[in-house]
Design a protein around this ligand. Structure first.
Ligand code: GLC
Length: 749
């Protein structure tokens, strides 16, 4: 017996030694990055270096104007460094095999794709996730997206979109984290952490991409791709910080934006790309253009032709040409003509090879293209649960008169509206490979799952989202007439926000508002459930509808999240990351505006005429930044500062008591705002400097603390130095940007 066990042990040991040896041998050990990349580049021709800077789209999801010659042909010619819109373990493996067969030096392709709020398991749109004011929720969503995408051959996502947006006419406000820089910074870092993780050698993470650099959201009139013109101060104080935060979080790539800034397109903006990003911020990653952004500089009137555009771009610090074919067809000529140096080409090529090395592609070009892992990873139950949990945190309660919400299961409820049965639009735009019809959970499915078939509920669309078809109206009204409460599920089409989706009329589209007016005549309590990708103008609804839930686009489990919120299993806790205007004429509209020399104090202002105001609408937002209700109520008291004076570098402790004064357990987002009373340049009326979510059982109270130092008070003064200035400050603490509980302190030299 003993001999046998000894032999068995010896056999196991020798097998495991062999196995370790084989695995070790199997995974070709390569030299450290700097050495490996420089040795590789030493073997590369100028053409081969240029081809690393070339990206083409596969035949997958096209996200811009269709381009000419087939990308496979170009790969066979060894002229491609990266492919976007290719996904799927088998598909990417096949494309990589073509490349590796034709690449003289066996340099792998880099696969990029827009995985913005999920790959297959779709999370709420980013504007919705920003409403959660919960960076950990955003990080979780990015982590799940990376796990699914990387299992399907995707190496690189073109996310997070970190553009600050203050104009709801701009459709891409849906893709970012709203109007506030501080919130934008937190969400940018959370996204990068989620997508990239802390160790690239792990195959369940992807390269992130901070986009669109920069100030794309400041397009004049909210019209996509339009001109941006702003001071260096506004650029640096409002629009750049989330990008800087992304670099500090280790983001490996950037995407240049389509727009110009004060006359210079970002794609060839040396000040932006070389001076700030690669200079001041010391960014060692790679910058890709947006889709044909290089070519478009001809239309901008900034370049004469493709060759001019390409040499301007690469000399300004752009490293990769997305789809435009300008680097592929003209850079060698520019090099031969001395317009582009070998140092510039080497720098760009090195940056591309570095990220390929980081991903482990030189060791194994197919490590992300593993069909078995893809099958095991996509739609994991825990991913779908995560999507539901994040969606529940992203729903904003805007109004709840007479506590119409939460609904009761025994009520007779008429669900109406074009989106009450929708399982297509609910996952929003930029939804990668998210399954829509038949997979995403609609409100109808969510309600039926929750209530079972015993429920007395009806579902009637009544009208469409756009157009004025009325053939379903009467049936909907008849069912509504017999109900105890009406739930109208209305909003936009998913493609009414997102890219190339600017709108000038932000009322509910089509005849939805007219339908609401008909429902109103029935004299029943009405709940409006909104599904939309941007703030809408809701003045009539605010005056006439009892309860309003802003759900944005809630993703694959959206219907479950909305149903659980409507019936109270989920107490809404989200806050608005963007201001809702009273009408579109107020835009751009944002809470952290300047006071002006003639600030209008509203109806109580003794001077009603010669003030900075409109004759037809109040200056304030209908629903302000940071606003959101709960099924319970919260009260703030005992705001205390550790001192009424601090020196530079000294800490100021701030504490406040928050009480749950209602009948439901709930979560409040406690917000800290600061006003710099006087500066060497004018300062905003207040700025968000901190937020904390606090869970409170009914009747419970807690003390919430914040800390400030002079570093938190810095801005670009008259001398354009980023520093704090001595003087008087006010702090405001509360549940929205209109919080009035305040205290004062002095920052003294
Ligand atoms: C699009 C978008 C950008 C996206 C890129 C690739 O035009 O502007 O956000 O990442 O093309 O699809």
């Amino acid at each position: 017996m003993k001999l046998k066990s000894i032999l068995q042990n010896r056999f196991c040991i020798s097998v495991s030694v062999l196995l370790i040896g084989f695995i070790g041998f199997g995974q070709k050990k390569i030299k450290p990055k700097a050495e490996f990349v420089s040795e590789l580049m030493a073997k590369m021709t100028v053409d081969e270096k240029i081809y690393q800077l070339v990206q083409f789209s596969s035949d997958g999801t096209i996200t811009g104007p269709k381009q000419g010659e087939n990308y496979i042909t170009r790969i066979e010619q060894g002229k491609v460094g990266s492919v976007l819109n290719a996904y799927g373990a088998e598909n990417t493996r096949k494309i990589q095999e073509i490349n590796m067969k034709n690449s003289r030096l066996k340099i792998p392709l880099l696969f990029g794709f827009d995985v913005i709020h999920g790959y297959k398991t779709i999370f709420p749109i980013n504007l919705a996730m920003a409403s959660s004011f919960d960076p950990s929720a955003v990080e979780l969503a990015a982590k799940v997206a990376a796990a699914e995408a990387s299992s399907a051959g995707v190496h690189w996502t073109f996310a997070p979109m970190v553009d600050i947006a203050r104009d709801a006419r701009w459709g891409r406000i849906s893709e970012g984290s709203g109007e506030d820089t501080y919130l934008g910074i937190q969400m940018a870092k959370a996204n990068v952490r989620g997508f990239q993780g802390s160790d690239f050698s792990k195959a369940n993470t992807v390269l992130a991409c901070a986009k669109h650099f920069a100030a794309y959201g400041a397009a004049e009139s909210g019209r996509d791709y339009n001109t941006v013109d702003m001071s260096e101060r506004v650029l640096r104080e409002t629009y750049l910080p989330p990008f800087k935060a992304a670099t500090e979080a280790g983001v490996k790539t950037f995407m240049a934006s389509f727009n110009e800034i004060s006359g210079v397109p970002s794609t060839a903006n040396k000040h932006l790309l070389r001076n700030i990003l690669k200079g001041e911020w010391n960014f060692d990653g790679m910058v890709v253009s947006d889709y044909t952004g290089v070519n478009e500089m001809i239309a901008h009137g900034f370049a004469k032709n493709d060759q001019d555009a390409a040499q301007l771009a690469i000399n300004a610090g752009l490293d990769m040409d997305m789809v435009g074919a300008t680097f592929m067809t003209t850079l060698k000529k520019s090099y031969d003509e001395g317009k582009v140096s070998i140092e510039t080409i080497n720098d760009a090529c090195k940056r591309v090879l570095d990220v390929k090395y980081d991903l482990g592609l030189f060791e194994d070009p197919y490590r992300y293209s593993d069909a078995k892992r893809e099958k095991e990873t996509i739609y994991k139950p825990e991913f779908l649960e995560a999507s539901l949990e994040v969606a529940k945190k992203s729903i904003v309660l805007l109004k709840n008169d007479r506590n119409v919400l939460p609904l009761k299961k025994e009520q007779k409820i008429a669900f109406v509206g074009p989106l009450c049965e929708d399982d297509y639009h609910i996952i929003g735009s930029w939804a990668a490979l998210g399954d829509r019809q038949g997979y995403a959970v609609s409100v109808k499915e969510g309600v039926q799952k929750l209530l079972g078939n015993s429920a007395k509920v009806t579902f009637d669309k009544g009208v469409e989202i756009e157009g004025n078809k009325r053939d379903g109206l009467q049936q909907a009204l008849d069912n509504a007439k017999n109900a105890d409460v009406i739930v109208a599920v209305m909003g936009e089409l998913e493609n009414m926000s997102g890219e190339a989706a600017s709108r000038t009329n932000l009322d509910l589209p089509g005849i939805q508002k007219e339908f609401l007016m008909e429902l109103k005549k029935l004299g029943k309590p009405i709940v409006l459930v909104l599904m939309n990708g941007r703030p809408l103008t809701l003045s009539w609804e605010d005056q006439n509808i009892d309860a309003i839930l802003e759900t944005w686009w809630t993703g694959t489990r959206g219907g479950d999240a909305i149903a659980q919120t409507l019936f109270g299993q989920n107490n809404p806790s989200a806050k608005l990351p963007v201001s809702f205007p009273r009408n579109v004429g107020q835009l751009p509209l944002y809470y952290n505006a300047k006071n002006t020399g003639r600030p209008y104090l509203g109806p109580k202002d003794p001077e009603q005429r010669f003030k900075s105001r409109y004759l037809d609408v109040d200056n304030s937002a209908l629903y302000p930044f940071g606003y959101g209700l709960s099924y319970t109520t919260f009260a703030y008291s005992d705001l205390k500062l550790s001192s009424n004076k601090i020196g530079f570098g000294q800490k100021l402790a701030i504490s406040v008591t928050v009480s749950n004064t209602g009948n439901y357990d709930g979560v409040e987002t406690v917000q800290l705002y600061v006003k710099d009373e006087v500066g060497s340049v004018t300062r905003p009326v207040r700025e968000l400097k901190g937020f904390q979510k606090v869970a409170l059982k009914k009747g419970e109270k807690k003390t919430v603390s914040f800390e400030l130092t002079s570093d938190d008070l810095r801005f670009y003064g008259l001398d354009m130095k980023f520093s704090a200035e001595a003087g008087d400050f006010s702090v405001f603490v509360g549940g929205s940007s209109t919080a009035d509980l305040n205290a004062k302190f002095e920052l003294a030299e």
